[in-house]
Design a protein around this ligand. Structure first.
Ligand code: NAG
Ligand code: NAG
Ligand code: ZN
Length: 493
């Protein structure tokens, strides 16, 4: 009540445009948090699952809601048609539009572009949720719902940060643009093409790109300066023209499955060392400065172990564990298709089997080179087996890693904003996973990019009981409001 009275007074004081005042913004955000939670509830209620063709109307509706929100805020909006999607069954369905919005176009100000997505992963009560996934439910300060953390609350936090400036008649410190898509969870179909096409249009005046589609590492705020890429392979071994009975033929034929498993065993040794020549050699050296970043990070090895439910890890120290998740390549074997006797005790010799594995990419690895290295190596290893079976290796995804310079002014601004809202130095972290759009923005626009997360370390993205804490949502909105000001100070000191 007292705060509200103070506001009206302040509002009366500013006859036209008020000057920046972070405390006023913070107070405004605090006093509007119930509204923000209600909006998040409305957004989470839309089942904008991009992987489910039956939910495509809901996804379209979500894009419309996003566009309407920007229009209500008097943004200059646009919707980009990015074509259709062909489903595996041949059916053609429309892709959701990409929505853009601009607030301000003052050429004396810097322009930031915020990327986000409003599609979500699938979720059903039967998957083991404790609450209805599309009914935002608050328990002990956590807001449970599919898409709450990934990525609806962060998108809304940015929107509310801009709204707070508008409501207080505070001049936006920078021009703010948004680019919001609806296909992120299924590979951002059509987005790369749109970004390339809009390079000299929508992106022509953009100075900085901000992505808030990841999370902190601990309870401490973080800035993210790198993501790993990914090269995903299929290795198919084809043998006899049909499956065979192991009692009748076993002992006389070269079995595709035995060839394939032998081959997989040559990829990586038991201590995690990748055996493909050229892979480890391509990895950028760890510098002294970088090593120091790892020392400063808050990370509890025991907690990490407990969360996974394992008794042992490949490495013992925080620095080793984090660096092997973020700045070294890793090779994972995901499964084998064609292994029909997966259940029961069928005594079959499968005629054709396909292994799936992937190698997470880090600087300075290059996916086309990795493709050649892996293919050559597997063919050589296969030749040594002297088998008549046929091997076919294909790379189906080749996503590059992304890395920012932590001394870039965008990161300096990020540290200042975190200090002003949370009173601590942020952890400087990387993501082990892949966010391909970061690299696309970097390659196409050549602008600096920052990942500024507000999600918690335990938000359960893509999993059951996804949540966003009310604290992270509201304080995150303040962080974004503060960040817009800090970015405007770049080149001014
Ligand atoms: C630039 O801003 C002015 C004032 O808000 C507005 O009238 C105009 O349409 C804007 N132009 C563009 C291209 O956004
Ligand atoms: C959402 O959950 C609340 C309880 O948290 C319940 O009262 C309400 O009926 C639910 N709404 C829907 C649409 O299921
Ligand atoms: Zn996401």
């Amino acid at each position: 009540m007292i705060q509200l009275a103070v506001f009206s007074l302040l509002l009366l004081h500013c006859t036209h445009v008020c000057s920046f005042n972070l405390d006023e913004l913070k107070n405004y955000i605090d006093s509007h948090q119930e509204d923000y939670v209600l909006t998040l509830r409305d957004w989470v209620a839309v089942e904008s699952d991009s992987s489910d063709a039956l939910k495509r109307d809901e996804l379209m509706r979500m894009m419309k809601i996003t566009e309407n929100k920007f229009n209500d805020m008097k943004g200059h909006t646009n919707r980009f048609d990015i074509g259709n999607q062909e489903l595996p069954n041949g059916q053609i369905i429309p892709l959701p539009v990409v929505v853009t919005a601009s607030f301000g176009n003052d050429s004396n100000k810097a322009t930031v572009c915020i990327y986000g997505h409003v599609d979500v992963q699938p979720a059903r009560m039967e998957d083991g949720w404790d609450t209805e996934p599309y009914n935002l439910t608050e328990i002990n300060g956590n807001l449970y719902g599919r898409g709450a953390s990934d990525n609806k609350a962060p998108v809304l936090a940015w929107i509310h940060a801009v709204e707070a400036y508008q409501a207080l008649d505070m001049d936006l410190p920078v021009n703010v643009k948004f680019i919001i898509e609806g296909m992120e969870e299924t590979g951002s179909n059509g987005l790369d093409e749109l970004i390339s096409k809009q390079k000299d249009d929508f992106f022509s005046d953009v100075d900085y790109i901000i992505i808030s589609d990841c999370g902190w590492l601990s309870r401490k705020p973080a800035l993210t300066y790198g993501t790993r890429g990914n090269c995903y392979f299929f290795a198919e071994v084809e043998g006899p023209k049909q499956d065979l009975h192991s009692g009748v033929y076993g002992g006389s034929v070269f079995e595709p499955m035995i060839d394939l498993i032998g081959l997989l065993d040559t990829l990586i040794d038991s201590s995690g060392h990748i055996l493909i020549p050229g892979i480890n050699e391509a990895v950028a050296e760890l510098t002294e400065e970088e090593r120091k970043l790892y020392e400063a990070i808050e990370f509890d090895v025991e907690n990490f172990k407990n969360k996974i439910g394992t008794n042992g890890l490949m490495y013992d120290t925080k620095e080793e564990i984090l660096s092997h998740r973020w700045r070294y390549p890793s090779l994972s074997i995901h499964g084998i298709e064609g292994a029909f006797s997966a259940s029961g005790s069928k005594t079959v010799i499968p005629a054709k089997v396909t292994a799936k594995f992937s190698i997470r990419q880090v600087p300075d690895m290059d996916p086309p080179t990795v493709e050649k290295q892996v293919t050559t190596y597997l063919n050589d290893m296969f030749a040594k087996r002297n088998t008549p079976n046929k091997l076919k290796v294909t790379m189906i995804i080749g996503a590059k890693p992304w890395l920012a310079d932590v001394s870039d002014p965008l990161y300096v601004a990020g540290r200042r904003a975190v200090q002003k809202v949370f009173g601590v130095e942020p952890d400087l972290i990387r993501e082990g996973g892949t966010i391909p759009v970061a690299r696309t923005f970097q390659d196409v626009t050549g602008k600096s990019i920052i990942m500024l997360p507000i999600g918690g370390f335990d938000d359960g993205l893509h999993s059951q009981n996804e949540k966003m804490s009310r604290y992270n949502y509201i304080e995150g909105t303040k962080l974004f409001a503060a960040y817009l000001h800090e970015v405007s100070q770049i080149n001014k000191s």
